[in-house]
Write a protein that binds this ligand. Structure first.
Ligand SMILES: Nc1nc2c(c(=O)[nH]1)N[C@H]1C(S)=C(S)[C@@H](COP(=O)(O)O)O[C@H]1N2
Ligand SMILES: [Mo]
Length: 218
């Protein structure tokens, strides 16, 4: 490492490390329209609801998000303090492992890039476990969580995300099958070792790349 300038804060150091490791470059790929639908998927215009059979009633007043584990600055937000964080808007396609895809979803919320800037993952952090109010869990490699178009969303098409779709706050990681996008998100836990989640321990693929049809583990 070279000498540090006065403005070489922890924040810029982390940003630079991530840029060097290419982590901020793993996001949206531009594909020709003819290659937009992943193999084995069909397009839908409505937005199906998938859950474990119960829809937790999480109000904005009761919702909390804890960011814990291998980070320099753990945070605990309520809806008001979470909404005061930097806002990003992304447009992305949804690909569900049950073979439906839905194009052009317009999301707003806190990008995972901005979250990582705030909490500063420690060097040993390589995975994240996502937990939700219905007991659901799922896991991501930190590189996938840090994808350029991933966000912790409060709005879809300019409206608060409805309860059935995971409101008030859900994760959106559009480059992987949608089971990785935890609804009713209440904890993001940074880990040194991977921790397969609800579907991952029940036969779903550990990563879930729709372009490689990583639906189920062998
Ligand atoms: N908390 C929670 N998140 C979840 C699920 C769930 O059951 N509980 N299901 C996953 C699955 S399998 C899919 S396909 C999407 C469905 O999101 P949607 O109902 O908004 O389409 O949410 C994912 N996130
Ligand atoms: Mo799913």
């Amino acid at each position: 490492m070279s000498e540090e300038t006065p403005e070489d804060t922890k924040l810029t150091r982390t940003k630079r490390r991530w840029a060097e490791e290419g982590k901020f470059l793993t996001g949206r790929e531009t594909r020709p329209e003819s290659d937009r639908l992943p193999p084995g998927q069909h397009l839908v215009r409505d937005w199906p609801v998938l859950d474990l059979g119960l829809t937790p009633n999480v109000s904005e007043q009761s919702w909390r998000l804890d960011v814990t584990g291998a980070v320099e600055h753990p945070v605990s937000w309520n809806f008001q303090t979470f909404s005061a964080q930097p806002q990003s808007e992304f447009r992305s396609d949804i690909h569900c492992v049950t073979t439906w895809s839905r194009y052009d979803n317009h999301w707003r919320g806190l990008s995972t890039h901005d979250l990582l800037d705030i909490v500063q993952p420690r060097a040993e952090a390589r995975f994240v476990e996502l937990r939700a109010n219905d007991g659901y869990t799922t896991n991501l490699a930190l590189d996938d969580f840090a994808s350029a178009d991933a966000l912790i969303a409060t709005h879809w098409e300019g409206q608060p995300i409805t309860r059935e779709h995971g409101g008030p706050v859900r994760l959106v990681v559009p480059h992987l099958y949608f089971w990785k996008s935890a609804k009713w998100l209440n904890r993001i836990h940074f880990l040194e070792h991977d921790k397969p989640g609800f579907w991952e321990v029940r036969g779903y693929h550990n990563r879930g790349d729709p372009w490689k049809e990583e639906r189920y583990s062998d």
